[in-house]
Write a protein that binds this ligand. Sequence first.
Ligand code: SF4
Length: 713
Amino acid sequence: MGRTTRSTCPYCGVGCGVLIDTTETPDGPCITGVRGDPDHPANAGRLCTKGATLHLTASPMVRQHQRLLQPAWRADRRASFQPVDWDTAQQQIADRLLDLRARHGRDAIGFYISGQLLTEDYHAFNKLARGLVGTNNIDSNSRLCMSAAVVGYKQTLGADAPPACYEDLDLASCLFLAGTNTAWAHPVLFRRIEAARAARPDLKIIVVDPRRTETAEFADLHLPLRPGTDVALFQGLLHACIWEGWIDRPFIDQHTEGFDALKALVRTMTPAETARLTGLKEAQVLQAAEWFARSPASLSLYCMGLNQSSSGAAKNTALIHLHLATGQIGRPGAGPFSLTGQPNAMGGRETGGMATLLPGHRDPASAEDRAAIAALWGCDPLSDRPGCTAVEMFEAAARGEIKALWIACTNPAQSMPDQALVREALSRCELVVLQEAFGGTATADFADILLPAATWGEKDGTVTNSERRISRVRAAVPPAGASRPDWQIVRDVAQRMEAVLRPGADSLFAWDRPQQLWEEHRAATCGKDLDISGLSYERLEAAPQQWPFPAGAEQGRARLYEDRRFAHADGRARFVVRPFAMPADRQDARFPMALSTGRLRDQWHGMSRSGTVPRLFAHAPTPALHLHPADMERRRLKDGALVRVTSRRGSVILPLQSDAVLTPQSAWLPMHWGSEFVGGQGQLGVNAVTQPAFCPDARQPELKFAAVAVTPV
Ligand code: SF4
């Protein structure tokens, strides 16, 4: 007897709706297929290769052999893990966290979580960290993904709220894609761009990317700028708009602050100077400026190419400035629109599950905001000590200041930059708890306790996609083995800790279903820019909805700022003066190449899920360092030759692949392979060479630029 369950894809931030088909078997219900949900507004039935093969990641074979099925622990990290029951594992975690907190203080404990957790899971972890343990040391792998976009929106528009929506792709007359290979990273959105182009051949598409990617191939104008020079380009475009009279002066005067100071800053960024810094031609700069400013509606899409940078916030604000200066915002088809990498990075931002945020887009530096959350939660006052962001958390652990790390749904021993430092940090911790759905990730090598988590197809909750749309995630089958939903695992440890820390008090964690967590989260949004007081699980059962959705609303708001009132207290947007700066790493005679890392079309993150599907390796079966043919010829290297890639932090050995989409003097490496595939035993994988230097405002590390040398092995 078959059944269909409506849910959401767990891979990227497009947030496609899926229909999960299940069949009853003697061993219980089994996921047998996945189809695109024709009624979901994000994808209207479309799926990419990863989404369409999701059922294979939930096959009986994968559930049995590649999942973590049982809690396990070990007293000595050189020993193997031994299975243990849930009660023992959870009591041991509670006891050890309480002991470390008593001996070293609350900030000796850190939580490193994930943009793939559901909103309800985020809320549980955040309440445990801030409301019970009393630390702001909670950050997410979304720090590696979206924190520059958060800062960019807040500094310019006043709130972390993407103003546009997917429908704007159908309505724009100019698409400006910067630092996004949408064709590979957000394939279903790219199908929508293709459809928009087919419907409106006069649509102008500009792609800013050092590589001539599949997305760039589709463009009318490709700007292959020198890696790391985006701010120079955007300032050059603004200069051109000012000089040519393409700015919207009435809009600037009525709705913004700070334009004249920025105008003075970009005075020297002439087309000639922009061309010198970016390596582009003056004519390309002028053409892009004219299309952007003079098209009836310009929509910019941007992603990791801007965010993963030591000047990520500057790149985001410089792009948003173009929209503000030309009035290309708050209208159908116009506005800056960051594409979220992970399926619920947005939910993490909404719940404040990051060191620099509090629930409901509040600020941990604000005493008023901290008091508001403590009152909502009924807990002790929240700590006013700033929490560690991702890189800072591992630096603090490497210094011996953080003694315990609870890591959930992410694999920092593969995905964080500067793996030597990350592994030293994990080794130095007295307690590493790893909560994971899949077994055998690199981080497990450093863990003391493994907690098996339920995953896609097995758990209930919500996620928010790039266009602020909240969708339900639903269980189609029971969790594999002894695995449990993440929020339940947190609840059970938290209740053990509060028996000691708050004896006799009502539990802060008295939940028995995800809806209760979501309703606590909803209460924190009331009166804020992301207000969802008018939304309920029942309403989400009927259809996914965009925020804001205040009480009394009949539907969410598709696009923001249509009334020209921005989220700063005075209603005016801001221009932020920041000079152009080169990346943190310097190319020189020893490290002459600019290395960038990125996503392949058919893989996801560290491949713990997508790597269970053989057919997803057909596109790129093995890791390889991509070099321009001219650079290979100069070094007398051939395809397949093994080379050592060396940065100031470490090295990896990989085969070479000739790739004409690159500009000379640059290199590209897929991000998905860890030490088990790259470099072999004792090596550190792709992120041995990447850069931990981060943006001072966003604290997002510079995964898109490392100066490297490439030498034959
Ligand atoms: Fe899943 Fe993203 Fe593909 Fe949609 S585009 S099916 S959300 S991976």
